[in-house]
Design a protein around this ligand. Structure first.
Ligand code: ZN
Length: 275
């Protein structure tokens, strides 16, 4: 599933190949997208120029010169493909933007769950997103404040785009493994050192993944995600998989114990006593 690094890679394609181009036609090939985009909206795109491309969490915003926004989201799957206008379309092509230079941008999505919308000029766009996971301004302090208000387990919380935008199932698992935090740990039980470790781990995981599309690349291995039954890369304990809030969670029971590691137990006790 495309997460922040994959969406960022897709945005690179848009930045280099779509920015500055004028749309001569938009074709919508899948019924689900046809329901979102009225023929009049598609016609009104003719002649519009793409001024700027922006990522917010996992959302892709193509800002048109007149203020309208072409808003794409890959959801479970999806990618952009570049081709010449009129060339045979790939399987699973769901929508096509034809540009004035004879190139076309194809929205490819095997699951057909991705979305494209057009927002009118000057529309208030509320995507319900918290701070972006790649934002350097987003600090461990911000994260600690947000987590203190939540009782549920940390892993599903990291998928909540209102807590932090851009993480999905893969990089949430990788970040927790890296920070040695149990996916079951209640958010508000995490001591400050753990939250600091988690913030750093998210950063490291995203930096490592950005631009490499490493989930599709056999040469760059994930540490814990999709490794059920395989030895942990740190301690050789078998990685376990459980279903948590409807999604697979992978973790190392030794490196990510349910009980808190001793190092932060005292911090937790202190917090409890203060309450
Ligand atoms: Zn381990």
């Amino acid at each position: 599933m495309p997460e922040l690094p994959e969406v960022e890679a897709a945005l690179d394609v848009l930045r280099t190949r779509a920015r500055g181009r004028t749309i001569v036609r938009m074709r919508v090939l899948h019924p689900a997208l046809r329901r979102r985009l009225a023929p009049s909206q598609l016609r009104a795109l003719v002649g519009a120029r793409i001024a700027r491309v922006e990522r917010r969490g996992k959302h892709q915003l193509l800002h048109l010169e007149d203020g309208r926004i072409l808003h794409a989201h890959f959801r479970m799957n999806g990618d952009w493909m570049l081709t010449e206008t009129g060339a045979p379309l790939p399987r699973f092509a769901r929508a096509v933007l034809d540009f004035d230079d004879g190139s076309s941008l194809v929205f490819v999505d095997s699951r057909a769950l991705g979305t494209i919308d057009v927002h009118p000029a000057n529309a208030e766009l509320d995507l319900g997103l918290g701070p972006d996971a790649a934002d350097p301004e987003w600090s461990a302090e911000h994260l600690a404040t947000a987590l203190a208000l939540r009782r549920g387990p940390i892993k599903p919380a990291l998928l909540d785009q209102r807590l932090v935008a851009g993480l999905g199932n893969i990089y949430a698992a990788e970040s927790l493994w890296r920070a040695r935090i149990s996916p079951f740990a209640p958010c508000n039980s995490l001591g400050r050192p753990q939250v600091t470790k988690l913030r750093k781990a998210i950063d490291a995981v995203l930096v490592r993944a950005t631009g490499s599309r490493y989930t599709d690349d056999d040469t760059v291995a994930l540490d814990v995600y999709d490794r059920e039954g395989l030895p942990c890369r740190r301690c050789r304990t078998r990685i376990e998989r459980v279903v948590q809030a409807g999604r697979s969670t992978y973790y190392c029971p030794h490196c990510q114990p349910k009980a808190e590691p001793k190092s932060s137990a005292s911090a937790k006790k202190g917090a409890r006593g203060a309450r």
